[in-house]
Design a protein around this ligand. Structure first.
Ligand SMILES: [Zn+2]
Length: 144
């Protein structure tokens, strides 16, 4: 079965921007992602650290807790590199580099969203996670 992009935990650069994660050298905190499992909405709290220090730009996913299983934290130990490109109107646009390894080869695609397979502990891009794209995505993030 192939999941769609709204049926899986995801992190986007858009929501990281909204939470001002890229504005300090190192940002540590949690973010809540709402997604759908069958007909049930699940809110998952992802705990991570972001570094925008030049030469050491990364996002480090540490653990995740689902509201359907309160108090149960699943350890993640996943690092994804960050990349940034200059914007038209000044400032920088941040990208996530897919850290998933398939057939011994790192994906390294530059993407705007990373997804966490339900049974996995490593985030990957839409292609690595073999997701169908869901255009009318209604999921949302809340910055805590
Ligand atoms: Zn990938």
């Amino acid at each position: 079965m192939r999941y769609t992009t709204k049926e899986i935990v995801f992190i986007t650069t858009q929501c990281l921007n909204k939470a001002h994660c890229f504005e300090s050298d190192v940002w540590q905190g949690e973010m809540v992602c709402a997604w759908m499992r069958y007909d049930q909405q699940i809110k998952s709290t992802v705990n991570f650290e972001i570094s925008t220090v030049a030469g050491s730009e990364y996002i480090h996913f540490k653990d995740i807790e689902h509201d359907c299983l309160p108090g149960v934290k699943t350890k993640l130990d996943c690092m994804a590199k960050l990349d940034c490109t200059p914007c038209h109107f000044g400032g920088r646009r941040w990208w996530l580099i897919c850290p998933m390894v398939a057939n011994g080869k790192a994906c390294n695609r530059r993407v705007g969203a990373l997804y966490l397979p339900t049974t996995g502990t490593v985030f990957g891009c839409r292609r690595c996670c073999k997701l169908r794209y869901e255009k009318s995505r209604k999921s949302y993030y809340k910055y805590l």
